[in-house]
Design a protein around this ligand. Structure first.
Ligand code: 4NP
Length: 160
């Protein structure tokens, strides 16, 4: 299973999702079966490390953010099984460049995997860079969503 986390700048939410998911997958003993990466729909921060505030919030929770920002490309639709978007704006940007219907079906919202907020229609991870949410709050939301996603992957592995 290959999971690409996508946000706008690839310096706050998606590198956090990538690192949280990688840690959870390794803790679940699925490190050999699940590959994770992240990318942004925008190009402003290409080459930059994760935002220091996201890095600090994650570090307090035992997660280390890594990598340099890159922009998503149409090749990502072939390279990944799921493109997990931080918010609906990111999903719309991906759907606008999806090369096929099959590619478009890979585009999901990360919060779909956290049952309670999804049921309440809370489908966006707030953007901390734009001041929509605090960095700790955003980390909590991403952790809950990744836990739900992991549960889904574990069930899928068990049932084949
Ligand atoms: P992210 O946050 O999408 O969670 O990485 C942002 C980072 C940068 C910008 C917007 C959001 N920006 O406009 O530069």
């Amino acid at each position: 299973m290959r999971l690409l986390f996508v946000c706008l700048g690839n310096i706050c939410r998606s590198p956090t999702g990538e690192a949280v998911m990688r840690r959870m997958v390794e803790e679940a003993g699925l490190g050999d079966d699940v590959v994770v990466d992240s990318a942004g729909t925008g190009d402003w921060h290409v080459g930059s490390p994760p935002d220091a505030r996201s890095t600090a919030a994650a570090a307090a929770g035992g997660t280390r953010l890594e990598g340099a920002a890159r922009q998503v490309t149409t090749a990502d639709f072939d390279a990944w099984d799921l493109l997990l978007c931080a918010d609906r704006r990111n999903a719309a940007a991906l759907l606008a460049i999806a090369p096929s219907a099959a590619a478009a079906e890979k585009v999901r919202l990360l919060r779909e995997f956290d049952p309670a907020p999804a049921a309440a229609g809370e489908l966006d991870v707030p953007d901390p860079y734009l001041g929509e949410g605090g960095f700790e709050q955003v980390l909590d939301i991403i952790e809950a969503s990744c836990a739900g996603l992991l549960e889904r992957l574990v069930k899928r592995a068990a049932t084949g």
